[in-house]
Design a binder for this molecule. Structure first.
Ligand SMILES: C[S@@+](CC[C@H](N)C(=O)[O-])C[C@H]1O[C@@H](n2cnc3c(N)ncnc32)[C@H](O)[C@@H]1O
Length: 284
């Protein structure tokens, strides 16, 4: 059986430049608007396809080094292409942030560290990464972090989990059985991964001084089910699709798109959730 276009997209997390226009790209500008002065070194964690690094280099000619760390080889390759004209000012490393590498190119630390729409993927190992980040910052450096906070139910499901729940139900799963389908399949709900704002605030304060935090609503709207199907595949890849046998995955992606489209028609949006921007400085 041949894989559908969406299944192939999910495997390689392709199409993110287009998909991220629906939600994540807004974090890039929100964060970069808060970079002040003339930074020389910026480190972006979970740098994806390099959009934030690219925009930071455009905005700040003072940057002599922009470093990206990213786990997906496909995304690193896409970032390398986007940033190819920047030469030695850019370094991209394939790395797992839960086991972060030494960065000899930052002997004096980074003036700015950024991490947008990534922290939930590190749950429950964020502590190790936060500790490491606190050691990558220059003494007067700043860490700009965005975190998502969907509502969650008693089973810890919310946000994207809700759309996935609707899709599984449309494909024949009992609604009440969905939380155990998640746990039996080894899929931690995203709304559990994201932690609550107060829990996260307490965790961050162990490693940083919380200078300020801002909140905005991330509202996702689409013009078709297919648009959301591709957004889901580019953003979440196979994360949820692995709950299904390979033969059922194409139908699953379609069902997620259809669930989103139903919501769009009924509520005028697919989803809405608070996003927080934390401005953090070293605790020394
Ligand atoms: C939603 S995307 C955000 C990308 C980019 N920061 C943005 O705001 O558009 C999450 C990114 O984090 C990366 N990621 C997830 N877990 C990671 C890990 N353990 N180590 C490094 N990168 C990771 C993913 O591959 C993906 O590119």
């Amino acid at each position: 059986m041949t894989a559908s276009a969406t299944e192939i997209q999910a495997r390689t997390l392709a199409g993110y430049a287009h998909a991220s226009a629906l939600r994540q790209i807004h974090d890039r500008d929100w964060v970069l608007d808060r970079v002040t002065g003339e930074p020389e070194v910026l480190l972006d964690l979970g740098s994806g396809i390099g959009q934030l690094l690219h925009e930071a280099l455009e905005r700040h000619p003072s940057l002599r080094l922009a470093v990206g760390l990213e786990r997906s080889e496909h995304r690193i390759a896409e970032a390398a292409e986007l940033l190819s004209a920047r030469g030695d000012r850019v370094r991209l490393h394939r790395a797992d942030l839960t086991a972060p590498p030494e960065l000899p190119e930052l002997p004096d630390g980074a003036d700015v560290v950024t991490m947008t729409s990534v922290l939930h993927w590190l749950y429950p190992d964020e502590e190790r990464t936060l500790d490491w980040i606190s050691r990558q910052l220059a003494p007067d450096g700043v860490f700009l972090l965005t975190t998502y906070h969907p509502d969650r139910d008693a089973h810890g499901l919310g946000g994207e989990d809700d759309l996935v729940r609707d899709a599984l139900v449309a494909l024949g799963t009992e609604r009440s059985a969905v939380p155990s389908v998640f746990s039996d399949g080894g899929v931690l709900p995203i709304a559990t991964r994201t932690r609550t704002e107060s829990e996260l605030g307490a965790l961050l304060e162990r490693f940083f001084h919380v200078d300020s935090s801002l909140e905005r609503d991330a509202v996702v709207t689409v013009e078709s089910g297919s648009q959301y199907e591709h957004f889901h595949a580019a953003t979440f890849g196979d994360y949820y699709a692995r709950l299904l046998e390979p033969a059922g995955r194409a139908a699953f992606f379609t069902a997620v798109g259809e669930s989103a489209w139903r919501r769009q028609r009924e509520r005028g949006r697919v989803s809405e959730m608070p996003v927080r921007l934390w401005r953090l400085t070293p605790r020394r």
